[in-house]
Design a protein. Sequence first.
Length: 447
Amino acid sequence: MDTFNDIWKEVLAICKNQVSDVMYNMWLSPLEFVKFENDTVIFLIGAEFKKSIILDKFGQMIRDGFEQILGFPVEIDILVDKTLGDLKNGGVTEQEKKEEHIPEKANPFAAFTFDNFIVGKSNSFAYNMALGVAEEPGTKYNPLLTYGKSGLGKTHLMFAIYNRMKRDNPDAIIIYTTGESFFNELIECITKKNTIVFHNKYRNADALLIDDIQYIQRGDAVQEEFFHTFNILQQAGKQIVMTSDVPPKEMPGLHERLRTRFESGVLADILPPDIDMRKAIIKRKCSQLGVTLSEAVTDFIAQKIKSNVRQLEGTVKKIEAMTKVYGSSPTLEQVQDIIKDITNENEPVSVTIDKIIDSVSNAFGVTSSDIRSDKRQAEITQARQAAMYIIKEITDLTLKDIGGYFGKNHATVVHSVKQCKEKMEENASYKSTVNNIVRDFQDGGSK
């Protein structure tokens, strides 16, 4: 690699294996490398809203890619190649309006439709609610909040809503953003004393679609702003659609008045797909990429990858790449190697347990050695019980084997798991902390 552009191409290749083709072409491919300066990689993009989404959703992935290639960590920054327009009196330029509202002819969400969303037992309720919202916005299900762990199709449904609304009403002002972007954008407007710009943008929308709404828990000012925006839009009969990783009751930092408003509409959870649905997802991706797989290989992939649609699709993409390299479909043994790369299935159980204990240690503010010890202080006991519960959820170890890692017997583990479950029922914050650790490992393992 002779130039930094070559390095960027290598990083892009790494990132491409972790996202769908649509996401790659929509957000990552348009990034133009500018320079590397003071351990910061600087890129250029054509719209402000794209910058926020790229940094929020793909920033860590890009940083990890550079560290993998370079051997040391870097920061990233993105410049926007347009003027911000005349902000006087809350004005927004025509160019900004086009970019924020994404005209149909340049719609980067076009590939996400209701027709190509695979429906099964785990997501049929969320699918039907989303379809109802798209067909009759602002009337039946307002707000709609879909929740579930990463990689199960929440964002696909949100984009499908966007596309159907635009098809039926091309002039509608539909804003898609993320909780993180909403947060950052408001803070920037407050800093620059331009909150009228923020109000004009969000409070005049015909539909507001917000991914990862749980991020607004981080700031009282942001929650206050969203509360008023929510009320204004709902009272005007405008549709609000949100996604999150957990239901509102498991957002410990969410203001009560927002929680009740979120729960006043429809909450739709999306669960991991069952095996028949996983097979259907694999076959659809194979059809899209022109890949042929035997039933045995399809069954093997569906049995091994159980909780993440993106991992299923990523496996097929890797198989497509191998097919192009070798000129034939990979063998079952080669597919097994691909699965190990994606799921870290070859990682020793002891390493997984160490990682779980470290994650619990960080989340609960006690040391890993304390969790493994016999100390009985309340905070240490709670962390230890959480660790045992999470290990039971993540691994196939028996309760006796789990006890062995802590020097405890089977009965102690049974008691600890029971206590953890009871604590989760009583304390929403505790439950959210435990569930977040479980989801991190189910999504591919904490690093």
